[in-house]
Write a new protein. Structure first.
Length: 192
């Protein structure tokens, strides 16, 4: 009888570890935004010609070569690539789908260290390069994708916010505060 109880307790503990964590504090990066979340575009945003998106950081539109990739940033995307500029006008958009994704970046080249011949002969490792294993880790980007819907502006497709590129041990989803800081006065994410 006690053996059955211990087996049931052990299996219950195992399956409890597989249950999703219910994070209720909005300041944590694993807080799941509710389906009633709204995206409010507060100021007109110009999408440059021959592209379908614009990058936002610190409340400003930033060129891709000026983006600080290791800090939180967002991208606002429309459906069409046009030969002329497009405007996303102020308005409210329902976030019909909110998805979390992780993007794998390029693997950095490992740093190779080789010893000089005198030292190498002394330690008997002349032909083996030393590789710093800590640098043999790919960069990752955690993003929150908001699929947007508006009857007034149906061409506005998505808002993506990222926590910034980081190694696996440090990568995190952006918090609501980080996303709103990246968007600044241009756009806000509101929980209803």
């Amino acid at each position: 009888m006690n053996l059955r109880f211990l087996a049931a307790l052990a299996s219950g503990s195992f399956f409890a570890g597989c249950a999703p964590i219910n994070v209720t504090d909005v300041s944590f990066s694993y807080f799941h935004l509710p389906t009633s979340t709204m995206v409010d575009v507060r100021q007109p945003i110009t999408i440059p010609k021959e592209t379908a998106h614009v990058t936002l950081q610190d409340g400003q539109v930033v060129a891709i070569d000026r983006l600080r990739r290791y800090e939180p940033f967002c991208e606002l995307e429309v459906n069409d690539v046009l030969e002329s500029e497009q405007q996303v006008r102020p308005g409210r958009f329902a976030a019909t789908r909110i998805i979390r994704r992780q993007e794998l970046g390029a693997q950095p080249q490992p740093v190779r260290l080789t010893a000089n011949t005198v030292t190498a002969n002394e330690i008997n490792a002349a032909s083996a390069p030393w590789i710093l294993a800590a640098l043999d880790d790919a960069l990752r980007l955690n993003q929150v994708h908001f699929r947007l819907q508006s009857a007034v502006q149906p061409n506005v497709r998505e808002l993506r916010c990222a926590g910034g590129w980081a190694f696996t041990s440090n990568v995190a989803y952006p918090t609501l505060a980080e996303m709103n800081r990246a968007l600044g006065a241009l756009v806000s994410i509101e929980i209803n």
